[in-house]
Design a protein around this ligand. Structure first.
Ligand SMILES: [Zn+2]
Ligand SMILES: [Zn+2]
Length: 131
């Protein structure tokens, strides 16, 4: 199992992760677009027991366009979100894939909320589509 490290921009908030993600998804919902400042979010879900966090974080509970939402943990200094707790599945932690700065990270296997997808977005072959 390859250990991975997710970092905020200033580097004080760190998530150490072991093991492979149980799910890698992208989400096109408006809540995600606004949160990440881009056309979709890209996140990896890990067993909570495989994630350890160090550093100071601020929290923001955000209800998504659907579902009960999540508690986001971001750096109070630089603002990067390093991990979040999906409220419906407390045994898991999700991490924005960009926080790993790893271009070899697994591509998404699930694409969620495609009715909000920007028209130019091209999805990987074989991805599961959830409208
Ligand atoms: Zn920071
Ligand atoms: Zn979303």
């Amino acid at each position: 199992m390859i250990p991975r490290i997710a970092l905020c921009s200033c580097g004080q908030l760190v998530a150490h992760v072991v093991g492979d993600p149980v799910r890698v998804s992208i989400c096109h919902c408006f809540a995600c677009q606004r949160r990440v400042g881009g056309p979709f979010s890209h996140q990896a879900r890990f067993l909570r027991t495989n994630v350890s966090v160090s550093g100071v974080s601020s929290e923001h509970v955000l209800v998504g366009d659907e579902g009960p939402g999540a508690r986001f943990h971001f750096c109070p200094n630089c603002g990067s979100t390093v991990y979040y707790e999906p409220l419906a599945i407390p045994d898991y932690i999700s991490i924005p894939v960009g926080a790993f700065t790893d271009p070899t990270f697994s591509p998404p296997t699930v694409s969620v909320y495609e009715k909000r997808m920007h028209s130019w977005v091209m999805l990987p072959a074989g991805v599961e589509h959830i409208p």
